[in-house]
Design a protein around this ligand. Structure first.
Ligand code: FMN
Length: 329
């Protein structure tokens, strides 16, 4: 077939196709000589329920073309939300894509990958010419599926999907906030502040059980994040976090064996540097473990995908607002 002339810009066309959000699959087969082939494909789609048919299209420039054209069976793996690296791995040419992977063997010897949300073993039913691709239609002979959230592909990026009702709700909140001229419960400051307040509150309760007041709890966590800080730095952090700077908090913790002061003659710091002692570190570790348990319990209710979405957006928000400096630095 002669090469068709496209009446429009190829990149623009790709960009237009990229607005169609898809899942991501890896499709595998075994050649007659036993060599395994596999490609990442988002062209996968359902065709028919009865008979059960699915399709995907493979580029005629793929190194795996001959193998798939000869294959009687192939396996479709619909990838889980955390398999984006595997997708990237199988989208690269010219290396042994299966080295080091845990494999089972499917129909026709097709390698079966682990950890996917769904797997289908298919028998080639039809092949059609599709321009610069070959369209493969397969009859599904066997399938397994799970509750694991799928990986999503949109506009050239891997993504996770979160439920639309939540997005609608969020959009309504944003509109309401924009319309309101006063500080309200939909504002970012309120939402982030109250999320922090409630989570941190639970941890502080645990700190209190360990005999720490709010200020001591703050010092312990601050030094656990980076040990060895001067009085001036701790005071700046205290004020920034809304606490009253108190040298006697540090003195008291030192007397209780939680902190030690290391005075270096070369240091131009007022009181030397404050470090957690082994006992202080052990207590900080205990609090961190309790914090992890609290978080896990909360995030378990949120679900894996929404947790990833929340983490991603919070990181983005922090990178917009955090210049790594405290006021006055
Ligand atoms: C998200 C994504 C989706 C892809 N979808 C397809 C597809 O549907 N069909 C195709 O031929 N190539 C697709 N590719 C490219 C192939 O994965 C890639 O060209 C192939 O694995 C190269 O290896 P090969 O030459 O061994 O086949 C896709 C790549 C990515 C990253």
């Amino acid at each position: 077939m002669s090469k068709p002339s496209t009446p429009f810009d190829q990149r623009e066309f790709r960009n237009a196709l990229g607005t169609f959000t898809t899942g991501v699959t890896i499709i595998t087969a075994c050649q007659a000589d036993g060599k395994l082939v596999g490609v990442t494909a988002n062209s996968f789609n359902s065709v028919s329920l009865d008979p059960p048919l699915v399709l995907w299209s493979l580029s005629k420039s793929s190194n795996s073309l001959a193998a798939f054209e000869a294959a009687e069976y192939w396996a479709v793996h619909i990838l889980s939300h955390d398999q984006d690296q595997l997708a990237t791995h199988f989208s690269k040419r010219a290396h042994d894509k299966f080295a080091g992977l845990d494999l089972e063997t499917g129909m026709g010897g097709a390698p079966l990958l682990d950890g996917c949300t769904t797997r289908m073993q298919c028998k080639t039913a039809y092949r059609y010419d599709g321009g610069d691709h070959i369209i493969m239609v397969g009859e599904v002979m066997h399938f397994e599926h799970s509750d694991i959230a799928p990986l999503v592909y949109q506009r050239g990026n891997y993504a996770v999907a979160t439920r639309k009702e939540l997005a609608d709700e969020a959009e309504a909140l944003i509109k309401a906030t924009a319309a309101s001229d006063s500080f309200d419960e939909n504002s970012m400051s309120y939402l982030l502040g109250s999320a922090y307040f409630h989570l941190y509150g639970k941890l502080r309760e645990f700190g209190a059980l360990q005999g720490l007041n709010d200020a001591e709890f703050f010092v312990l966590n601050t030094l656990a994040a980076r040990n060895g800080r001067s009085l001036a730095e701790l005071n700046r952090l205290f004020v920034y976090a809304g606490h009253t700077p108190l040298i006697n908090v540090l003195d008291d913790m030192t007397a209780r064996g939680l902190l030690q002061v290391v005075v270096d003659q070369g240091e131009r710091t007022e009181r030397g540097l404050f470090y957690l002692t082994a006992m202080g570190q052990a207590l900080a570790q205990e609090i961190a473990n309790a914090g992890k348990q609290t978080e896990l319990a909360l995030l378990g209710n949120l679900g894996a995908v929404d947790t990833i979405a929340l983490r991603t957006l919070l990181r983005r928000f922090i990178s917009l607002t955090d210049d790594g400096k405290l006021p006055g630095e």
